[in-house]
Design a protein around this ligand. Structure first.
Ligand code: NCD
Ligand code: ZN
Length: 330
């Protein structure tokens, strides 16, 4: 069996820089037509100059694959001229609360203070992408942030606000309530609960922010993804870290899914008789939310087993060593 996807999109991706970028970019660039590239580098992407240089580095690492990096600026209280100048080169601005995840130092401390900048984004029509977690108890962080989304959605009704990597049933309920909210969901949050991460022997390669939640949350996310619910987009949050940053005391947060995303999604959607919804989930919904036309790229997935490598460079992938039923025609 074979399916064809038109311009699959990864709407939340970490590509890093240097040698890591060289390792991981070709894997996403082979399978996806475009991806939203996160700005949480060290230092973060906060100027147009840095953004354009990073974009070129991504394109160079992705060659010869046809692949469009959709760039994001790391949120700061930018003046309007800076945002106007950046607008042709960005898909959105990514807001991190200070210190909530990998490389988020320099993020926001005072949520009220961001509102003047949100008003500018709304006026210019630039989407706001948000890592929506509080600094509270780890299982409650997303839930505690939801009132912030609701407040912004009401206060800035023309601003497109993307709740990145949602992990709870409650977030899905909020998504229904405001038409200017959208959301991404990852592959791993459709498959994992906290039990997979820490219920038995601790699995560092499944540790990420936001942390995987309860079985009922996973069930709600899976149902919404399989239904390709409008404004719910696929965004992998594939976040590579070298093995010595994962298999250590003080494990870095991030799951590296890039090389296995489409095969596992195909298997998952096929198992639930939902293959006809995969196109909407991995592409059409995002086109509608962002109102953009991705490059023409047809990706074929075939039912043919292959074994996931134990490593890609220094990084251990999701499902390392396991045999998957589908593969991308290379
Ligand atoms: C991401 C990373 O490593 O950059 N980590 C993660 O656990 N998801 C950052 C992020 O998206 O939170
Ligand atoms: Zn991320």
């Amino acid at each position: 069996m074979e399916i064809k996807l038109h311009a699959p999109l990864d709407m939340h991706l970490h590509l890093r820089e240097g040698a890591m970028l060289q390792t991981v970019a070709p894997l996403s660039a082979r399978d996806f037509a475009a991806a939203v590239v996160m700005p949480n580098l060290v230092p973060p992407v906060t100027s147009l100059e840095r953004l354009l240089a990073y974009r070129q580095a991504v394109l160079d690492a992705a060659a010869p694959h046809q692949f469009a990096p959709l760039m994001t600026l790391f949120f700061q209280p930018y003046p309007e001229e800076i945002l106007r100048a950046a607008q042709p080169h960005i898909i959105g601005v990514k807001l991190y609360p200070d210190g909530v995840t990998t490389n988020s130092a320099g993020g926001v401390n005072d949520l009220a203070a961001v509102e003047p900048t949100l008003a500018i984004l709304e006026r210019l029509g630039i989407p706001l992408l948000v890592h929506g977690e509080s600094h509270g108890f780890v299982l409650d962080r997303e839930s505690e942030f939801l009132p912030v989304y609701a407040h912004w959605a009401q206060r800035f009704p023309k601003l497109t606000i993307v709740m990145e990597h949602i992990t709870t049933a409650e977030a899905l309920t909020l998504l229904e309530r405001y038409s200017n909210l959208a959301a991404t969901v990852t592959l791993h949050h459709l498959l994992l609960t906290l039990d997979d991460v820490a219920g038995g022997l601790l699995c560092p390669h499944l540790f990420c922010k936001p942390i995987a939640k309860r079985p009922e949350d996973r069930a709600a996310l899976l149902e919404a993804a399989l239904a390709a619910r409008p404004r719910l987009m696929f965004g992998s949050d594939s976040a590579p870290h070298p093995i010595d940053r994962k298999e250590t005391a003080g494990c870095a947060a991030g799951v590296f899914t890039a090389p296995v995303i489409l095969p596992i999604l195909a298997e998952l959607f096929a198992r639930h008789n939902a293959l006809d919804r995969l196109q909407a989930f991995v592409s059409d919904n995002a086109r509608a939310v962002y109102g953009f036309t991705p490059p023409n790229k047809l990706v074929t997935l075939r039912q043919a087993p292959w074994q996931v490598p134990a490593r890609y460079g220094e990084v251990v992938p999701f499902y390392a060593g396991e045999t998957l039923a589908w593969q991308v025609d290379g």
